[in-house]
Design a binder for this molecule. Sequence first.
Ligand SMILES: C[S@@+](CC[C@H](N)C(=O)[O-])C[C@H]1O[C@@H](n2cnc3c(N)ncnc32)[C@H](O)[C@@H]1O
Ligand code: SF4
Length: 381
Amino acid sequence: MSLGGGRGGVRHLYVHLPFCGHRCGYCDFVTLVGRAGEHGRYVDALLAELELERAALAPRLETIFLGGGTPTFTSASELARLLAALPAADEVTVEANPETVTPELAVLLREHGVTRVSVGAQSFRPHLLAVLERHATPAAVRAAVYALRGVGFDNISLDLLYGIPGQSAADLERDLSDALALEPEHLSCYELEAKPGTRFTHTFGNELARQAEAMEDYFERVVDRLTGAGYRWYETANFCVDPEHAEGRDLRARHNLAYWRGRDYLGIGIGAVSTVQGRRRRTTPRLGAYLAALDRGEEPPRELEPLPPSVQRRERVLLGLRLDEPIALRGLDEAIDLAALGRLERLGLAERTRGGDAGESVALTTRGRFLGGGVTAELLA
Ligand SMILES: C[S@@+](CC[C@H](N)C(=O)[O-])C[C@H]1O[C@@H](n2cnc3c(N)ncnc32)[C@H](O)[C@@H]1O
Ligand code: SF4
């Protein structure tokens, strides 16, 4: 079912490009290996789906995010055709695997309106990249960043993982130093998760469970090192160069900020999720069914989930408290246990601010943010 209804207010578009050169053992995203012969048909289907959904979109988009999979593994001519056909937006991000970022690809992205590239570095230690089954060497990560810089990209993000089996605290410190040496505008640092059903979890699941406690220390190291280097810890796992070191630029990921702030977004492609006007929709992850439906000019199979206001409020609290900005309490009081909030304030884990037109608002303190999910769970009514 279309989410459009002709209202046209959605300002954030996610486009899923599922193809990858190989499948990394720890990954459970909707991905397909190779399939070069199907890239063109997939882009046709994406553009057909976009047409079906266009009425939901605002005349001017704020952000577009091409995620995967490995968007930059999509054959170059098809990626160019897709980028050329997408609406304009203030921020256009593309996820890239280092080994796919050639100087030619960098030019293609630059010439097709991409403003931001998110490079999946994951680690700079060869033995850890091997554990992750990554194909990019540390040299390839650096070469990718240089190629992007070479054509003028001034908003590059690096993804790093910590908690990789065999990763010592010293390995983590070296990974952070190597990432910082590339002077990225933005860094995402995720704790490696054991995703159910993956090869990785089969092999390393017990080890990840054993090291879970050490991860609090690793998380603190990440935050200390990056904030010490002038980065703003603006979301649990995300950091950007502080505006005062960036000529006043706000380098937060605008697309992801929209998710964390509970804005509506439209997702197209297999497995893509949309949330519009209190309804969530997930498109089939099956390529065949997706292509066949759009070939016929029909909507692809989708699951629709209504989001009652109580669920929306809880999500708003869960996501909003990941940020370093307060969330307004107005309208959320039913989702928040005020007695628990009082307790957390006394423990120095949450902070209420009063006044202004927005009324009262709440944020986690630095200590509260380190404890993260546990504190938020306690706050929920
Ligand atoms: C959609 S993925 C793919 C991006 C790109 N294909 C790559 O591999 O670099 C985006 C990010 O999610 C993170 N990620 C993937 N699997 C993860 C896992 N099991 N636990 C934690 N983070 C994960 C990685 O840091 C990755 O860069
Ligand atoms: S981690 Fe990235 S490259 Fe590896 S399978 Fe997942 S999406 Fe593809």
